[in-house]
Design a protein around this ligand. Structure first.
Ligand code: FES
Ligand code: FES
Length: 161
């Protein structure tokens, strides 16, 4: 089936079987491989993208369900000149990653988290990020990064400035 949607601000049309999951449409059809597959069962959060502005697990959504929608992936966050989104900059600044496998999903979830809860404290960040698993970092620097990124988003200043 043919499904049209907007991905990272660009209108695309994807020809894929009806049972195709959004994550595989993004990775295999559009080559947007920054969205990772960790579990394929909606548990790890590595596949998190934004659907109409809210974070969702793209392994849990069919391509057919997002016809006409707006999807943003990790590749769509930085500005055209390469300037990182404040949340990406905060993860870099705080060393909020080690192997980086979970990071795209963490960043996408963190942006939504901070939009919904701009003043979340560390405990709230941990609770609200519980759908995103990291097997490397122990979360300490991820929590710091989310708080720094949230502040930078609120003030619209780059986190590392
Ligand atoms: S791959 Fe989607 S939640 Fe793990
Ligand atoms: S940085 Fe390796 S899984 Fe999170």
């Amino acid at each position: 089936m043919q499904v049209s949607l907007t991905v990272n601000g660009r209108e695309v049309s994807i020809d894929a079987p009806p049972h195709t999951l959004l994550v595989y449409a993004l990775r295999d059809h559009l080559r947007l491989t920054g969205t990772h597959v960790g579990c394929d069962t909606a548990q790890c959060g590595a596949c998190t993208v934004h659907l109409n502005g809210r974070a969702i697990k793209s392994c849990n959504v069919l391509l057919a369900q997002v016809a006409g929608a707006e999807v943003t992936t990790i590749e769509g966050l930085a500005q055209k000149d390469g300037t990182l989104h404040p949340m990406q900059a905060a993860f870099k600044e705080c060393h909020g990653l080690q192997c980086g496998f979970c990071t795209p999903g963490m960043v996408m979830s963190a942006i939504d988290l901070c939009q919904q809860h701009p003043n979340a404290d560390a405990q709230q960040v941990r609770a609200l990020l519980d759908g995103n698993l990291c097997r490397c970092t122990g979360y300490q620097n991820i929590v710091k990064a989310v708080q720094m990124g949230g502040q930078a988003m609120a003030s619209s200043q780059p986190a590392s400035a």
